[in-house]
Design a protein around this ligand. Structure first.
Ligand code: ATP
Length: 493
């Protein structure tokens, strides 16, 4: 009974977060008026602010703060040979299985993992772990018959039809294709990029030469990626159109595992510095290494549906540059003056999904608290984002609409609006206005009252504690700047 309740609560929490995200302007289903499009989402007015803050922070960390990393913005469309060289044309396949009754197709690992999660929810942790272990070892050997037997032996049924009437396991390519050129002309098939990394690899020499970059150095990029995910699940965790923040770090061959260790530690600290609790973050070493990697780890966050990947760190060897050199015929080499040698650099990659990071922060921030005593007791819902990523930094409220308070509040707006995203509100009681800001995670609400007219002080109300303090108006800008400072985040790294 207890574990059943846990299952309901876990699922319930994600549902609550999804409805909160929609109701308060964070995430909407794409083209909702036409009933939406599976696994595609739009970001609303507060969602876009939160996502931009996360992206800016990542970009600043990589480029401005790190020092030896520069950014680029490559096109989504790339020459089709790119995807041949990267291995995506031949290898970007996931084993799939179809249920003959529901006609639904599933990624084999998702189907089995789903069953394992259900086992875990009802307390069979050991059984679940064993199942995942068996699956990983079969996946590592590409043993499709073994995987199919595992599904049958564990009576894993289709969630739609409830039957175990499965087809054989087959592989499907996850890349979206389209055609370039007008229909009348000879059209060529090209792909929507399934990762942003290749835009970096093909520009490696352009950047290295024009920027006179010396190894070790990195190239960072934020951009859209597209994957025809067969099973769209868990809200913005698995989308068909999503955004990646990837950084390729080019190093001298032989030093890649040291850099891999460096980036592994640096990246998990970054997530913690931004407010994800360390107990909700963990490493997960890959059991099956991708075709390009000699070491790989995921940073996982504990979502309401369990620990799942938010970022991958891969030691990609010289796989990509070597293949691009082979297919393009262009040398991808670097002359290292320190050792007087030419070589193809090795690469350590950090790759984080902006949308998954967004979801991790949303889940972590979503807080329901019981406040008050006895009859006065009620629930308060708020989003406790780190102030640096909160969509709105401060809300300015004149206590009333008269007595010159709006005019005084306008002075404060003028002092703040160039540096911070702020909102101004004069409608409704101050209590209601506080609640509205709590629901979108605004860390500071600043009230302008009659005392302000006399001594130029305002009250600043802190979201998490709901405590208020009085502050001279001219100190407000400095206080918000301090609380939202990027520097303070980086200092923790
Ligand atoms: P998964 O195993 O969950 O499919 P992956 O290992 O294929 O992910 P990578 O190719 O390593 O993912 O991509 C790097 C990052 O991009 C992931 O850590 C994740 O944050 C993000 N990402 C990948 N696929 C998706 C998707 N379909 N929707 C949203 N984000 C994604």
């Amino acid at each position: 009974m207890e574990s059943n309740q846990k299952a309901v609560t876990t699922e319930g929490k994600l549902k609550d977060i999804i409805s909160h995200a929609k109701e308060y302007g964070f995430v909407f289903p794409s083209s909702e008026i036409y009933d939406g499009l599976a696994a595609v989402y739009d970001y609303g007015q507060y969602g876009v602010e939160l996502k931009n803050n996360l992206k800016n922070l990542w970009y600043k960390t990589m480029t401005q703060v790190q020092g030896n990393i520069v950014g680029i913005d490559a096109a989504i469309f790339m020459h089709p040979l790119t995807w041949k060289a990267s291995g995506h044309v031949d290898g970007f396949n996931d084993p799939m299985i179809d249920n003959k009754d529901s006609q639904k197709r599933y990624r084999v690992d998702h189907l089995i993992e789903g069953h394992a999660s259900a086992l875990e929810e009802v307390g069979n942790k050991q059984e679940a772990a064993l199942l995942v272990e068996k699956m990983n070892s079969l996946l590592a050997k590409d043993d499709f018959d073994g995987l199919r037997n595992l599904i049958y032996d564990n009576k894993i049924a289709c969630p739609i039809s409830g039957t175990v009437n499965w087809t054989d396991i087959r592989q499907f390519n996850l890349m979206f294709s389209t055609k370039i050129g007008s229909v009348a002309e000879e059209a060529d098939v090209i792909y929507l990029r399934p990762e942003t990394a290749q835009g970096i690899f093909v520009n490696f020499l352009n950047v290295q030469k024009t920027g006179r970059m010396k190894i070790p150095f990195g190239i960072a990029q934020i951009g859209k990626a597209f994957r025809n995910e067969i099973v769209a699940r868990q809200f913005i965790f698995r989308m068909r159109e999503f955004e990646q923040m990837e950084m390729q770090f080019f190093v001298r061959p032989g030093s890649e595992l040291d850099w891999y260790k460096f980036w592994k530690e640096t990246r998990i600290k970054w997530h913690a510095a931004l407010g994800l609790p360390t107990e909700k973050l963990q490493f997960h070493d890959h059991d099956k290494l991708a075709h390009y990697a000699n070491a790989a780890v995921d940073i996982e966050f504990e979502f309401p549906f369990g620990f799942k990947e938010i970022e991958g760190i891969h030691s990609r060897t010289d796989f990509d540059l070597k293949n691009h050199q082979g297919l393009s015929g262009k040398k991808m080499q670097y002359f290292d003056p320190e050792i007087n040698q030419n070589y193809i650099p090795f690469v350590v990659e950090t790759s984080v999904g902006a949308d998954r990071l967004f979801l991790a922060h949303l889940c972590n921030a979503y807080t329901i608290e019981t406040v008050g005593e006895g009859e006065e007791q009620k629930q308060r819902t708020y989003l406790k984002f780190h102030p640096a990523i909160a969509p709105v930094k401060a809300a300015i409220f004149p206590l009333t609409k008269k007595d010159g308070l709006p005019e005084k509040a306008a002075e404060l707006v003028e002092m703040l609006k160039y540096d911070f995203n702020i909102v101004y509100e004069e409608k409704d009681s101050i209590g209601k206005r506080y609640t509205r800001q709590d629901l979108i995670g605004t860390p500071f609400c600043i009230a302008v009252d009659h005392q302000t007219l006399e001594d130029n002080t305002v009250t600043i109300r802190h979201r998490d504690s709901a405590q208020q303090e009085r502050l001279p108006m001219h100190e407000v800008h400095g206080r918000i700047a301090y609380e939202t400072s990027f520097k303070r985040i980086f200092e923790k790294l």
